[in-house]
Design a protein around this ligand. Structure first.
Ligand code: FAD
Length: 395
């Protein structure tokens, strides 16, 4: 029988396994992942899991019995170190060479590191990508008073909210002019800046880091590029990601900002598909190639790639969407707002429930819905149907 090897055991891989079986793949499935645990949900890492409100069991995407029932062989704690496309084998860090008929790359991303800054090797400086990272951070919370979060993107801000809830003094240091600059409008940045200040966090924008300062091998402060010394018993860095793309690049697959895939999640080698955060793919709604860091995209691409391997080609055609939870705020984002020429606010920002619609040439291209799931659902439809805003929303 045929064997499909999936490299990386995260969100995309967990969905891939399920969709392969439901799509009729009756060959072997071998899932290889370098983390110690079953595939788990990452979004709660900066939210409920960091706050201690969830157990590890609750993080798992599917229970262990699921993999047994569907005859999926799991090789955890195992890293794939190379792909030989001619022989159709992958080799692992444990010295094995494993044959495949079909290969699926679901390797995701890793945090961009600040190793070049002085003091970067001090203890107490953390990155936040895996459950193990969070367990390490949680182990240091007792006795921590001051936390500095480097980076004011969604992960940094969610982490700030979780640590505030845990009673820490929290300072967010953002190098860009405003938090969330890369992903959203000044209006939404303004809302989150105010929210965090109301909840007692300090937000410093336009502030870079010069060094980490410590004694006896442990961090106790960070120095900003303006020379200010901020006390920090704990530092969490969230300054973006890099693609785990080395495997694909080294075996000569087409690569450009991510593993290049077509509408069917096929790489430049037709026996190899790629899915999730590691892919660079075309999106018809925005008529450009994108690399998305989101669970909905990982899940959707897995479904498409599984169909491809089962011989039932169906093109990818999803609207990007995201969410973020901070304090009592649930933000839902439909579409991508880059390039908008008009913003319309529906509802009242003071009430912590409103929606920002982004328009381009009169059509809705994206929306940020704050505690307003109905607006989010409606916005998705408006974007998909390439419509303008209905009268009642404009009023
Ligand atoms: P991953 O889940 O990263 O899985 C890839 C796996 O492959 C990893 O386990 C990696 O270690 C492994 N791997 C890599 N290379 C190898 C190799 N050579 N051999 C073996 N294994 C390998 N998204 C949202 O939509 N909403 C959110 O609210 C949200 N919050 C987030 C909060 C945090 C703290 C983080 C870190 C991410 C968040 N995301 C969120 C993003 C979301 O988690 C990712 O988009 C999603 O995990 C992507 O799935 P993936 O399978 O592509 O990659």
């Amino acid at each position: 029988s045929q064997r499909c090897i999936i490299v990386g055991a995260g969100h995309a891989a967990a969905q891939m396994v399920a969709s392969l079986r439901s799509g009729g793949w009756d060959g072997e499935i071998l899932l290889i992942g370098d983390e110690p645990s079953l595939p788990y949900q990452r979004p709660p890492l900066s939210k409920g899991y960091l706050g201690g409100e969830m157990t590890q069991q609750q993080l798992f995407i599917r229970p262990e019995t699921f993999y047994q029932k569907h005859h999926v062989e799991l090789l955890l704690n195992t890293r794939v170190s190379a792909i030989d496309r001619e022989r159709k084998t992958v080799s692992t860090n444990k010295g094995e060479a494993l044959d495949y008929d079909r290969l699926c790359l679901a390797t995701g991303t890793r945090p961009r590191r600040l190793d070049c800054l002085p003091g970067a090797a001090l203890n107490g400086i953390h990155y936040l990508r895996s459950a193990v990272d969070v367990e390490r951070i949680r182990g240091e919370l007792a006795g921590t008073k001051n936390a500095v979060i480097v980076g004011g993107g969604y992960i940094g801000l969610e982490t700030a909210a979780s640590l505030r809830k845990a009673g820490l003094q929290v300072t967010v240091v953002e190098a860009a002019e405003r938090i969330l600059q890369r992903v959203t409008s000044p209006q939404l940045s303004e809302f989150f800046r105010r929210l965090h200040r109301e909840e007692g966090a300090t937000i410093l924008e336009g502030t870079g880091l010069a060094e980490f300062v410590g004694t006896n091998g442990r961090v106790n402060a960070v120095r900003t590029n303006g020379g200010e010394l901020l006390p920090a018993d704990l530092v969490i860095v969230g300054v973006g990601v890099e693609v785990n793309g080395e495997l694909a690049r080294d075996c000569g697959l087409e690569y450009d900002n991510g593993i290049v895939v077509d509408d069917y999640c096929r790489t430049s080698d037709e026996g190899i598909v790629a899915i999730g955060d590691c892919t660079y793919h075309y999106n018809a709604h925005y008529d450009r190639r994108l690399r998305l860091e989101s669970v909905p995209n990982a899940t959707e691409q897995a479904k498409i790639a599984a169909k491809t391997l089962c011989g039932k080609l169906q093109p990818y055609n999803s609207l990007p969407w995201f969410w973020s939870d901070q304090y009592d705020i649930k933000l839902q984002i439909a579409g991508l707002s880059q390039g908008y020429d008009e913003v319309v606010v529906k509802g009242d920002r003071e009430s912590r429930s409103f929606c920002l619609y982004y328009l381009k040439a009169g059509r809705v291209i994206a929306a940020d819905a704050v505690n307003s799931p109905r607006d989010f659902m409606q916005a998705k439809k408006l974007i998909q149907s390439r419509s303008g805003l209905p009268e009642e929303a404009l009023a």
